[in-house]
Design a protein. Structure first.
Length: 232
């Protein structure tokens, strides 16, 4: 009796190719551009918003300090300010900090908060005096962002300012100051200022400090005092 042949399985359908974005939304060309070409796109108001945004980011990735003036000019742009900051933040040049400090007092609202957040990431100590004043301003969102930046920048001077602010602020701003104080204490530890950090933790453990901050400060003291790496 003849054997039945096993039918050959049908070939699997080919996987669909991923969609190709329109030419105006392709960034391959921008990724290969020189800083001069990127700057030309950033400054060109007739270029698409997509291309200008990608040029901003690419300028930062390439560390093009010559792009700082063009990027700084977009810090007040309602649509491109975020990409301008993404471009500025990684550039290792003091002109970036100068540009951000200049915009800090010139901008308002969310644009100002964005600049504060960039200063936070770059930890520009020269911005601290202006940030301290902002903690006591009428815009709570700005005050909270300013407090967070001071904590991130760290240092003994900012520790003193945050101590003062804890006694002069209220509500959500005071909570933000408390959180920033904890970050500042950690910065002090990282910078080798253990005595100052422990003093700050002890201050934050006072009964009138918000409970969450107080408990975190007490935990910080216990962690440091029981660490096998503590000074003997």
């Amino acid at each position: 009796m003849p054997q039945q042949q096993t039918p050959t399985p049908a070939a699997a359908p080919a996987k669909p190719k991923p969609p190709v974005p329109p030419t105006e939304f392709q960034e391959g060309e921008i990724a290969k551009m020189s800083p001069a070409a990127l700057i030309a796109i950033i400054k060109d108001p007739s270029a698409s918003e997509f291309k200008r945004a990608k040029a901003c980011v690419r300028a930062g990735e390439s560390g093009a300090k010559e792009a700082v003036p063009a990027l700084a000019a977009l810090l007040s742009d309602e649509h491109l300010n975020v990409y301008a900051r993404y471009g500025l933040e990684p550039i290792n040049d003091p002109s970036v900090d100068d540009a951000l400090r200049s915009a800090l007092t010139r901008l308002k609202g969310n644009l100002q908060i964005g600049v504060i957040n960039s200063i936070n990431k770059r930890r520009d100590a020269k911005a601290s005096p202006v940030l301290v004043k902002m903690i006591y301003g009428s815009d709570q969102a700005v005050a909270q962002a300013a407090a967070a930046a001071l904590g991130s920048i760290g240092g003994v001077a900012n520790m003193k300012e945050l101590k003062t602010a804890l006694g002069k602020t209220s509500g959500l701003t005071r909570l933000a100051v408390g959180d920033a104080s904890l970050v500042c204490a950690e910065r002090l530890l990282a910078d080798g200022k253990r005595a100052e950090a422990l003093e700050f933790y002890a201050f934050l453990g006072a009964p009138d400090v918000p409970k969450a901050v107080r408990l975190a400060a007490m935990n910080g003291i216990i962690r440091e005092e029981t660490s096998p790496n503590r000074p003997r």
